[in-house]
Design a protein. Structure first.
Length: 676
């Protein structure tokens, strides 16, 4: 076998490594495509039914494309609303720092060249002056470098705050959070608002520095380098980088999609843990001692997430090998060639001392230029990762924006309407143009109720609840009792018939599982009035645990007497004596019993004293006697009740009864007056 020369061996090695990287990249690319399909299916497991999927927006392809540019532009408009905004000022300061840094680098490389030259010439006075200049330059250089990092962090935080506040505005208006999570199946909205927005903000602020700085470097250093090596050699270097970037791009896997999928899988894993925290008691009662079921579910999520992350890491490793080989090391070889070639072919002899100074300066500048171009070539990686974060944030933004606008709600109702018509051909016969109006009392006229799947629950329902005429609703499980309330509260769109209801604020709703806010005991009763500041409340008088409830009736807050009356009426006044009175802070969700929570919720109704109270089995955990007392108090306070209850004993607190039969075929109902 012929023995290869050293040069031939090097050529073969280079060809082998280059070819290997290309083939490896392509194989990986194909594997990732197959893997993506699988992961996309896993990320969508939250979409519960075909009908709900029909109501969801179509998923757009996650890549660096025109859609990404449009979405990014929209997000940036939110992050930086005007050229005079705080964010714009921060970006301008950052740009100034970047320019200063490039100028400083140019200046320092000049000093390095002179230092080298003065050492070779043994010109010590020049060396000393140069050294002093060097030491001075270090001060602004250190300041500018740290300032750049600080500004980057400030920009990222400012963008995150602006974007999160915007999302909060849309997400919490018109009860979008309910539709997004319950009906639209938008996965992990909480993770998107907290983690993904933060990742997006830090990626975009990083991208600005990593794009703007190398561009500046290239422009300035090209001009400086032209003095020693001319433009021709530099363009050879740029041509090499252009070819390299095309090659790297061709072997790059879909990084944007992988970033988005990784975030989705991380969200699902966190969600699985969150479920354990919120259902700890039920799980603890029934789960086998080894925790097998929960462990299996958690490990399943963990494995999916880890499998994806492992593949991503391997892909990044291959990519880094290709990047390092082509950009970092081979670029230095090309740089040296570019510098040495003109000297090699030049006929004129140059002063060796001058040449040393030029060499040091040029090498320094060339290294900086190469690293700047290298950074620019690798910017595609940052851009693709940014595209992944952008798609996660945009999906949420588009979803909440669509749901918070009137047009979006109409589109959704229209889609649901179509589904209902497909599911129920008879509907045409009973169809009444849906209309929801505001009036003094609650009234249903020819209303047909449908679930979000389009299944009919109640057909052609007509009844009214005038003020003072409380109505009890009874019927088997799943017959649509709660759904009636959901449509009345406009959580589900009305599909057919006319509903008249008093405006919000005049109807108070209580569910079987009361929602307890973070805050004091006073805040629990006053909810949904925003909580009072804890520090302000605790400045007042301390509660004495031995004092009677009556003696505690003073005015720490103007409403305190009403709060105490409500607690008294629901027989949980003793809670006030447990700690800091109405100012006590506790994890209410954990410390109160089921019945106490429900009593606290009834205290809320008594405190607010609305015209109507809609009660959805809100006393199911209270003892039979206690339940009757609560109803007596509610009636006594003049509130008109629309209650769902299973105990026949509660009929006597109502003037009428609506029974839903729950049969899937008839979807019938019966309304009767009660002699109370
Ligand atoms: N978000 C939803 N998506 C699809 N179907 C739903 C949704 N919420 C409720 N349903 C279905 O609508 C039907 C009526 O539910 P609803 O909660 O109104 O029953 P209910 O009469 O209050 O029952 P219960 O007495 O058990 O509380 C049920 O079959 C339920 O599965």
């Amino acid at each position: 076998m012929a023995v290869l020369s050293k040069h031939q061996q090097r050529v073969v090695t280079l060809a082998f490594v280059g070819g290997g990287a290309f083939v490896g990249g392509r194989v990986l690319h194909l594997n990732i495509k197959r893997f993506q399909k699988e992961q996309a299916a896993l990320c969508e497991t939250h979409a519960r039914s075909a009908a709900q999927q029909a109501l969801q927006p179509r998923k757009a392809k996650v890549a660096v494309n025109a859609l990404f540019a449009k979405r990014l532009q929209e997000i940036l408009r939110i992050c930086m609303p005007s050229f005079t905004s705080k964010e714009a000022v921060l970006v301008i300061i950052q740009s100034c720092l970047l320019v200063s840094r490039t100028l400083l680098t140019d200046y320092i490389s000049g000093l390095e060249g002179i230092s080298g030259q003065s050492v070779i010439n043994q010109d010590w006075p020049l060396f000393a002056t140069n050294l002093a200049a060097f030491a001075w330059a270090a001060v602004p250089a250190a300041l500018v470098n740290s300032g750049l990092k600080y500004m980057q962090a400030l920009i990222s935080l400012a963008f995150q705050q602006r974007l999160t506040e915007h999302l909060h505005d849309c997400y919490l208006s018109n009860r979008v959070y309910y539709v997004a999570s319950t009906l639209r199946g938008l996965s992990n909205a909480d993770q998107r608002i907290t983690e993904d927005v933060q990742k997006f903000s830090s990626a975009i602020s990083e991208l600005f520095s990593y794009t703007f700085k190398p561009m500046l470097d290239i422009i300035l250093f090209t001009r400086s380098l032209a003095r020693t090596i001319g433009y021709k050699g530099q363009f050879a270097l740029y041509a090499y980088f252009l070819l390299t970037s095309a090659f790297l791009r061709s072997i790059s896997p879909p990084l944007a999609l992988m970033t988005a999928q990784e975030a989705a899988l991380a969200g699902n894993f966190r969600n699985a843990h969150q479920r354990i925290v919120s259902h700890a008691e039920e799980i603890a009662f029934n789960d086998p001692p080894g925790g097998d079921t929960e462990r299996m579910i958690l490990n399943d999520h963990l494995n999916r997430y880890m499998r994806h992350s492992r593949l991503s890491s391997f892909q990044k490793f291959i990519q880094q090998v290709a990047d390092g080989f082509t950009i970092k090391y081979t670029a230095s070889v090309i740089g040296l060639l570019v510098y040495a070639a003109p000297l090699y072919y030049s006929k004129e002899t140059r002063d060796s001392k001058q040449l040393t100074g030029d060499y040091i300066r040029s090498m320094r500048l060339m290294m900086n230029t190469s690293s700047a171009i290298g950074q620019l070539v690798l910017v595609y990686k940052r851009v693709t990762a940014l595209a992944g974060h952008t798609s996660r944030v945009s999906e949420l933004l588009e979803s909440v924006k669509q749901l918070s606008t009137k047009e979006g709600r109409e589109n959704r109702a229209h889609a649901l309407q179509k589904m209902v018509e497909t599911n129920d051909p008879d509907k045409i016969a009973t169809y009444i143009t849906p209309q929801l109006k505001y009036g003094p009392s609650i009234e249903f006229k020819n209303v047909s109720l449908y679930s979000p799947d389009g299944a009919m629950l109640v057909r052609d329902l007509s009844f009214s609840v005038p003020t003072g005429q409380s109505t009890i609703i009874m019927g088997p499980n799943g017959s649509g009792k709660s759904s009636l309330f959901r449509v009345l509260a406009e959580l589900w769109p009305l599909q057919s018939g006319v509903i008249s209801r008093p405006p919000r604020g005049e109807i108070f709703y209580l569910s079987q599982r009361p929602y307890l806010v973070r805050g004091t005991l006073r805040d629990q009763v006053r909810y949904p009035t925003p909580p009072l500041s804890v520090s302000r409340a605790t400045k007042g008088k301390k509660w004495s645990s031995s004092a009677s409830l009556q003696s505690l009736k003073h005015t720490n807050h103007p409403d305190d007497n009403r709060v105490l009356d409500a607690l008294d009426a629901t027989e949980i006044g003793y809670l006030v004596h447990r700690g800091d009175g109405l100012d006590q802070l506790q994890n209410w969700e954990e410390t109160l019993s089921g019945g106490e929570k429900q009593r606290l919720a009834v205290a809320r109704v008594l405190y607010h004293n609305p015209r109507y109270a809609v009660l959805d089995e809100c006393t199911s955990a209270v003892s039979a006697d206690g339940e009757e007392n609560l109803y007596k108090n509610l009636r006594g306070s003049g509130i008109t009740l629309l209650s769902i209850a299973h105990r026949p004993a509660l009929k006597k607190y109502h003037s009428a009864m609506l029974c839903l039969d729950g049969s899937k075929s008839g979807c019938g109902w019966k309304y009767e007056r009660l002699d109370n």
